[in-house]
Ligand binder design. Structure first.
Ligand SMILES: [Cu+2]
Length: 235
């Protein structure tokens, strides 16, 4: 772990453990101390004092967050008790398990969401980065836009049980191998056609490969590696 990792702490200031949740989402207020929250550096080299936090529902990763508010959809979550855990994480997504904080919620929806069920497609799923284009120069904040076929993207299903034909995509930098299903070099994930990327932490003049990787709700890539690559220059 990075120097000072043991000082990266999080507290869930609300809701209180045991809270009954009747809405179909729950918003956690998180206080982070001992590190700066920055998603722009995610998937890039670790830096002392920098990171973000992960939220897990019933020990399954939902998403990464960099603001003190984290809203978790309860789509496809069964009514009853569930554990939400917040874990400090480094830029490479390694988690400071010793400093995790968790609460239990009792999900009793007033108006339950219709369950999202398996979808089937005639063709094979595919993903393609349509912007930026190969050879483009990118600087600062930029959008990575993908085209997805024969597959449904859903951010509400992040971390939920698998549903056939559903998932999302990860934006990785240069590699999708490595530990944690290749997430060490993951800049972030998206349940839409766009991901807001940043050149923060990348050397000016360097070349990097943007990789859009299609994954299931549990963040696992498909055995057939459904991905798209584009090489860009950092201004
Ligand atoms: Cu993911």
């Amino acid at each position: 772990m990075q120097a000072g990792a043991e000082k990266m702490k999080v507290t869930i200031t609300s809701p209180q453990s045991g809270t009954k949740v009747t809405d179909n989402s729950v918003t956690l207020q998180v206080a982070a101390t001992g590190f700066d929250l920055t998603c722009d550096l995610a998937g890039k080299p670790v830096q002392e004092g920098k990171g973000h936090f992960h939220v897990e529902i019933d020990k399954s990763l939902v998403d990464m967050y960099c603001t003190t508010k984290a809203t978790i959809s309860l789509q496809n979550v069964k009514p009853g008790k569930h554990t939400l855990e917040v874990l400090p994480a480094q830029n490479d997504h390694a988690e400071v398990h010793a400093n995790a904080a968790s609460i239990e919620i009792d999900y009793q929806p007033t108006k339950p969401l219709p369950e999202i069920k398996d979808a089937t497609f005639a063709g094979k799923p595919s993903i393609k980065i349509v912007s930026p284009k190969a050879g483009d120069t990118v600087s600062g904040a930029f959008d990575v836009v993908v085209e997805v076929q024969n597959f449904n993207l859903s951010a509400d299903l992040f971390g939920k049980p698998g549903v056939a034909g559903y998932g999302h995509w990860h934006l990785n930098l240069d590699s999708t191998s490595g530990p944690m299903m290749g997430m060490g070099t993951m800049a972030g994930m998206s349940g839409t056609k766009t991901f807001k990327a940043s050149t923060a932490g990348l050397k000016a003049g360097s070349t990097h490969t943007l990789i859009a990787l299609l994954v299931d709700n549990g963040h696992a890539p498909f055995p057939s590696d459904i991905s798209s690559k584009v090489e860009v220059k950092i201004k």
